[in-house]
Design a protein around this ligand. Structure first.
Ligand SMILES: [Zn+2]
Ligand SMILES: [Zn+2]
Length: 131
């Protein structure tokens, strides 16, 4: 069961609109306060103008010159598409994951506003893998 970050109340799934179904895996609403929690679909990380970690959605990957042999490489279809489109190699320090992204890194100030607008969920547990 999910709990509200504000009041620790019980979160219930809220009905999504047609459009929201494409963008969010689920939307939860608190039964006590008006807090809503959005669970974005992973592929939405590939939208927008800045490089993001495909796993946790972090806006702060670091650029890599060449592939690291120790850390994992993302083998998703979207990652391959990014690579073929001339993407740069990035590394997420939270996930220890390497991936390609053709977008530039976000400037710090923009990261903060973007995160405020759309809260980044805590990194998913590794047991649930897949796209
Ligand atoms: Zn609440
Ligand atoms: Zn990450």
């Amino acid at each position: 069961m999910r709990k509200c970050k504000q009041c620790n109340g019980k979160l219930q799934r809220v009905h999504r609109t047609f459009l929201e179904r494409f963008t969010y895996m689920a939307i939860y609403g608190c039964s006590k306060c008006d807090t809503e929690e959005f669970v974005p679909r992973r592929y939405t990380y590939h939208f927008g103008e800045h490089a993001r970690c495909p796993r946790c959605g972090s806006y702060r990957p670091s650029k890599l010159r060449e592939r690291d042999k120790i850390d994992k490489m993302n083998f998703g279809v979207l990652n391959l598409a990014e690579q073929l489109a001339g993407g740069r190699l990035y590394h997420c320090c939270f996930c220890r994951l390497q991936f390609y992204d053709r977008r530039p890194l976000a400037e710090k100030i923009k990261v903060e506003t973007a995160v405020e607008r759309e809260p980044v969920p805590s990194p998913p547990d590794t047991a649930k893998s897949g796209a």
